[in-house]
Each structure stands twice: as C-alpha cells, then as structure tokens.
Design a protein around this ligand. Structure first.
Ligand code: G1P
Length: 293
C-alpha cells in the first residue's frame, strides 16, 4: 500500500479577479467566513493523512508564512482575555502540519510551480491541491484527496479528480480524454489544457486535485511552454498518461470555485449556513431578503 504523505499547494497567482482586495494580500488568504481559503484546502489534505504541506508562493509569500507561524502578540492577548476557544483554534492551525514554503521566483505557469517543489518532494508520491477550489465533505466522509489517495494506493497509478462540465465550460479547464474502466474510473489517454469547445476530447474537466508519482517531475523538467506560453501541468500529465498511465476519477464533495467572485460569495454563504453560531440567523435574514427581491 502506497501512502501519500506530501502535498503541494501552488499559491503564486496574481489574484487579478479579486483586485483591489488582492493588491496586498494573496487571494488564497481571502476569508470564507472567518478562515482563509488556503486553510480549508490544507485541512482537506491533513484529513487525508498528509503530513508535509509544500506551499509554492510568489508575491504575498510572507502573509502566508506568517499565518502558519506563532503570533506571540495574538496568542498572549487571547490568553489574557480568557478566549481559550480561539486560542486553541489558532494553536491547532500552526501545529496541524509541517508547512514548507518555497518561493516561485517567476510566474512561468502551474507546471513550473509544481516543479519548484521537486527539491523537497524528491522521488516521493505527492498530492497537488489548487487553492482556488474548496471541496467540502462531511467530517466523517473521506476528503477528495483521500478519495484519490485510496485509488492511488490500490493501483499505484497517478490519479486525478475529474468532473463533468457543460460544453460551454470546457475552455476554462484542463480536459481529459479517456476510456471508462470496469471499476468506473477513466484510464486517461490524453489531457488538453483549455481546449476550444469543438476541440474538447470530452466534458470531463480537472477541478484541481491530483495525486502524482514523482515521474511527473521528469516530464516537467523537460516541459516547453504550452497554452498561453506557460509551462502547463496538463502537458506533463499527458506525457505520464501515455507512459506510466493515469487514472481520472469522479469525486464526492461539494465544490466551491472560490477563485471566482460568484463562487466565492456562494462559499461564504453556504459555509456560514453550516455554522451553528451563524447559520440560523443568516437563514432568517436570507429568507427576509429573498422575499424583497
Ligand atoms: C488550472 C489548470 C487547469 C485546471 C484548473 C482548475 O487552470 O491549468 O488544467 O482545470 O486550474 O481550476 P487555471 O484555472 O489556473 O487557469
């Protein structure tokens, strides 16, 4: 049984869609209710048994690093004011995983960001989680990375999450070509980055959750700029699919595209509705509001 212990999270994007909010803070640090998007993503990995989190960040790296560091001032304040609940939450965050931070010096694309993790990951299997998406699963259900890791441990093949999107949406995602197996997975034969609708090999899109063998680094090492002049992760995936083999699997989770303004607002509302301390009041307010619209 192969166990995935490391996860890489690229957090180097410019966050243009959320300007001006993201002028000084990275988009991954924007809050959904009261915790940054990045923390939801890390919690997903940690719940899957991941021990080391490799954050690949460009600008805004310090805000991210500070978040996982001890803040004497905040902790002291909480201790003195007797806010034990909040203090415990803060301490839990800095102790939840080994956070290893790497600087991506140039924004050369997602493939390049993943390759920046090579010195830390070496020849180990690892997961990649894109910080734009929050995947919500109930506490007693496996997270998306846990679902992929399970298939990976059974097959030994790189396994990536897929979801069916509308034809009009294919140009926003990496799209796979593949054959459905008896086990219900897809044996991936090709991966195309953001194809035009008429060129898409399917409507099975990559939502940004992957488990890879370290072979992906060999492909990334020699990768040439692809779509939009960027080093694309999907191009390296296509090479692995054609050599070692790769599996695409549908996942069970509620997905929030927090990298999109509407998706971000929806995530805030739905996560707040799930909270005991906010849900009932927010629900009453939303009903009142809806009656007026
Ligand atoms: C990236 C990947 C793409 C994937 C998408 C998921 O694109 O390149 O293959 O489907 O994330 O969000 P981006 O959205 O960063 O342009």
């Amino acid at each position: 049984m192969r166990k995935v212990r490391k996860a890489l999270i690229p957090a180097a994007g410019l966050g243009t869609r959320f300007l001006p909010a993201t002028k000084t803070i990275p988009k991954e640090m924007l809050p959904v209710v009261d915790q940054p998007i990045l923390l939801y993503v890390i919690e997903e990995a940690v719940r899957a048994g991941i021990e080391d989190i490799i954050l690949v960040a460009g600008r805004g790296k310090h805000a991210i690093e500070d978040f996982f560091d001890r803040s004497y001032e905040v902790e002291d304040q909480l201790l003195k004011s007797g806010r034990k609940d909040l203090l415990e939450r803060i301490v839990r965050i800095r102790d939840m995983a080994n956070i290893i931070s790497i600087r991506q010096k140039e924004a050369l694309g997602l493939g390049h960001a993943v390759y920046c993790g090579h010195p830390v990951i070496g020849d180990e299997d690892f997961a990649v989680l894109l910080g734009d998406e929050i995947m919500h699963t109930e506490k007693d259900e496996p997270t998306v990375i846990a679902q992929l890791s399970q298939i990976f441990s059974e097959t030994g093949l790189s396994t990536v999450a897929i979801m069916e999107v509308a034809a009009a949406e294919v140009e926003k995602y990496g799209i796979i070509a593949g054959e459905k197996t008896a086990a219900g997975y897809f044996k991936i034969t090709d991966v195309v980055e953001k194809p035009a609708r008429h060129l898409a090999p399917s409507r099975n899109a990559l939502p940004g959750r992957y488990v890879f063998t370290s072979k992906i680094f060999d492909s990334l090492k020699n990768a040439k700029p692809g779509k939009n002049g960027e080093i694309q992760l999907t191009d390296a995936m296509a090479a692995i699919a054609k050599s070692e083999g790769m599996i695409g699997a549908y996942f069970k989770a509620n997905r929030y595209d927090a990298g999109d303004k509407l998706g971000y607002l929806q995530a805030n509302i739905e996560f707040a509705l799930m909270r005991e301390d906010l849900g009932p009041q927010l629900k009453a307010y939303l009903k009142e509001l809806a009656a007026k619209l």
